[in-house]
Write a protein that binds this ligand. Structure first.
Ligand SMILES: [Zn+2]
Length: 261
């Protein structure tokens, strides 16, 4: 189950299923002052200063008891997941990928979202974690299953893995068009049509990205009771969360992060 927690004014979500440092940020508790970034913007290229982003990252990590050494990506809606032993060094470019995994302590793995779905994985048997960014393209490329494979490559048993699917756009708001439906079902199979629902009022289809990612984790061998799913929707609550769709892209970015205990 997901819970809200407020530490030193920083409001974040966490899953009580994951017994390791982790968190999903909200808009609340940062230092960014521009209206569309207020106030916990963790994303580059949104009009914020590097100093604000660094301070927000520091405050979020402090609140969620995450290591201050962090790594995040230039996300490209791919299925690329990189192994990291440590945080980004000063001046090091963020790598292009959509997820990280590690079996080293002391590094916080970040993904950045504002409607997309963040997925955090913990493998207690080998002490390894992963953070994944799943928009619809990442979902269609099964980045969730590939994240499980990365931890399995370190010796982890998927049956023991724990997963938290964090806050993102809900099926209530995620209207999709025919090109989406063709690509989504083309990649994942007709079986995934169960994650599309036609709205009787507007006749449009709405997709359940969180449910689709949960199905992909189950296919990868995780147990149902080992998957936590956040029911909150970024677009429904765009004062609490940054939402790309609710703002036509004029928005900040939230983070989801995990580290080993
Ligand atoms: Zn919604």
């Amino acid at each position: 189950m997901f819970h809200e927690k407020r530490v030193n004014g920083v409001l974040f979500l966490y899953s009580d299923l994951l017994p390791c440092p982790h968190g999903f940020s909200t808009r609340v508790g940062g230092v960014s002052s521009l209206p569309h970034l207020k106030s916990m913007n963790l994303g580059e290229n949104r009009g914020d200063t590097p100093e604000n982003i660094a301070e927000n990252t520091r405050l979020f990590c402090l609140a969620a008891e995450l290591p201050q050494s962090t790594v995040s990506a230039r996300q490209i809606h791919s299925d690329q997941i990189l192994y990291r032993e440590e945080g980004l060094k000063k001046g090091e470019e963020r790598p292009q990928c959509d997820g990280f995994y590690t079996d080293k302590r002391g590094v916080s793995l970040f993904v950045k979202i504002a409607d997309c779905i963040p997925i955090l994985l913990y493998a207690p048997d080998v002490e390894a974690v992963a953070a994944l960014h799943a928009g619809w393209r990442g979902t269609a490329q099964n980045i969730a299953g590939k994240g499980v494979e990365k931890l399995t490559s370190l010796g982890a048993d998927p049956q023991k893995m724990l997963a938290a699917i964090g806050v993102g756009i809900g099926q209530c708001c995620y209207q999709v068009d025919d090109p989406f439906i063709d690509a989504f079902l083309g990649a994942l199979g007709e079986d995934f049509s169960r994650f599309l629902k036609k709205n009787g009022e507007d006749g449009r289809y709405y997709a359940d990205l969180k449910g689709a990612n949960k199905a992909l984790l189950l296919s990868a061998g995780l147990k149902e009771e080992h998957i936590d799913l956040c029911s909150q929707c970024t677009m429904c609550q765009s004062t609490l969360f940054f939402s790309h769709r609710a703002t036509n892209g004029v928005r900040g970015t939230m983070g989801a992060a995990i580290a080993l205990p």
